[in-house]
Design a protein around this ligand. Structure first.
Ligand code: AMP
Ligand code: MG
Length: 411
């Protein structure tokens, strides 16, 4: 039984992130949400593109307004109106000003913007009652945020709304991203039926297949669902063999324990896979087989436990980080832990790192963890619904009292 952290290290060290040209596809920039950038993006535009105003007000020459005040206002002549989208036509001379709106281009000759609130306008006459602090006040300078030609976005980042905005602003229409990983999913167990099939005594519905597919999609990969395979050596071997050429990762559930029908590890060995992990000191989720295939290409195999909660906890703790890392994400693929104050007592056996499900709330100035009511048996799927986090009881601890700070894994 490997400690959890050691298992995590082994798994993440096995993962080869996508990197080759064959793993890159080019998408239209509005379609890249959730994808990982595969090459640096730069722009030939400066940001801002030109000097512009940060305020609604008047563009002036600082020298004309540097010593005005309420008793002795500066009096200037407004020579042009510069609304959004308009290119100024006049150069601002001594004693002149231009009406300017937020984001509008600064006219030549002007070096400062005076806020509208400090002024009074009478026709083309403008009174300014307060001197700006310094020249360049309220001017946003060309290239202040980004200078053309520099790297704008670096490979390995996830592309979401902020990055899509930057790509659009930079007029990048085509974006190189890594392909989505393909993840094969199969459920082993002679007792399993599909959700629409009638249940016979002794049967249960294969819930893992659907939950794992949803998690795989959420992680940005494409689930390839192989369905249910009975506890039969040949059938399992054939199913695994058929999916290997098409996928990067395989997730099977069930058949990794020490029961009479738990064949998965043996089958993987027979098929030439290298067994990397056999079990982990985690609860739920102790029987976890991790293996690697080199043929027909590198495939990472997770034999997850069959118990629905165990399968999902194993996914959150070990599989999701591996998918994210393999997808090309350079940072942020590790599980997200936060510190939270537990509202309830958390109990554990002490021998394995124990994950208890519940909800994480952000109260006034701290995170709180509320344990799900009902049984925390790995066979009880029902009270997992509505939860969003797993509180961790470390090895060696049997009880953590309410009010204590604990580590919580966000689902
Ligand atoms: P196993 O790991 O195969 O011994 O399965 C452990 C428990 O999980 C058994 O009670 C199984 O019936 C149940 N189980 C196994 N696979 C699934 C599945 N795909 N969906 C729901 N429950 C399952
Ligand atoms: Mg089974």
């Amino acid at each position: 039984m490997l400690p959890v952290l050691q298992a995590e290290t082994i798994i993440l060290d096995l993962v080869q992130p996508l990197s080759g040209q064959e793993d890159v596809e080019v998408l239209n920039s509005p379609d890249v949400r959730g994808r990982i950038l595969a090459a640096p993006v730069s722009s030939n535009l400066d940001f801002p593109h030109w000097d512009n105003s940060a305020m609604d007000g008047y563009a002036v020459r600082f020298a004309d307004v540097s010593s005005c005040n309420a008793e002795h206002p500066a009096v200037l002549e407004v020579v042009e109106e510069i609304p959004a989208g308009y290119q100024p036509q006049r150069t601002i001379g001594r004693g002149q000003a231009a009406r300017i709106l937020t984001g509008s281009m600064m006219p030549d000759g002007a070096d400062t913007v005076v806020m509208q609130e400090e002024t009074k306008r009478e026709g083309t006459r403008l009174f300014i009652f307060s001197s700006p602090e310094s020249p360049q006040a309220f001017v946003r300078h060309q290239g202040a945020f980004y200078q053309a030609g520099n790297p704008l976005l670096m490979p390995g980042i996830a592309l979401n709304a902020p990055e899509i905005a930057v790509l659009a602003a930079a007029q990048c229409t085509q974006v190189p991203v890594y392909r989505r990983l393909r993840v094969g999913i199969l459920s082993t167990g002679s007792e399993l039926v599909r959700l629409e099939q009638p249940l016979q005594p002794g049967h249960i519905v294969d819930s893992n297949q659907y939950a794992l597919a949803a998690l795989v999609r959420q992680a940005g990969a494409i689930p390839q669902m192989l369905g249910i395979v009975p506890d039969d050596r040949e059938a399992i071997q054939e199913a695994i063999g058929s999916i290997l050429p098409e996928v990067d990762i395989v997730l099977s559930s069930g058949g990794v324990s020490v029961g009479d029908y738990d064949y998965v590890e043996q089958i993987l060995s027979t098929m030439g896979a290298e067994i990397q992990i056999k079990s982990v000191a985690i609860k739920p989720g102790k029987p976890l087989t991790v293996a690697t295939f080199k043929q027909p290409h590198f495939v990472l195999y997770f034999g997850l436990p069959g118990n629905p909660v165990s399968a999902l906890v194993s996914f959150w703790r070990f599989v999701r980080p591996a998918i994210k890392k393999m997808s090309g994400l350079a940072r942020g693929y590790l599980p997200e832990f936060v510190q939270a104050v537990t509202q309830n007592e958390l109990r554990a056996g002490g021998k394995r790192e124990t994950y208890l499900w519940g909800t994480l709330h952000l109260s006034e100035n701290e995170c709180e963890f509320e344990l799900a009511t009902g049984s925390h048996s790995s066979g009880n799927l029902i009270n997992l619904a509505g939860t969003n986090a797993l509180a961790v009881v470390p090895v060696g601890e049997r009880a953590i009292g309410p009010g204590s700070v604990v580590r919580v894994l966000r689902m």
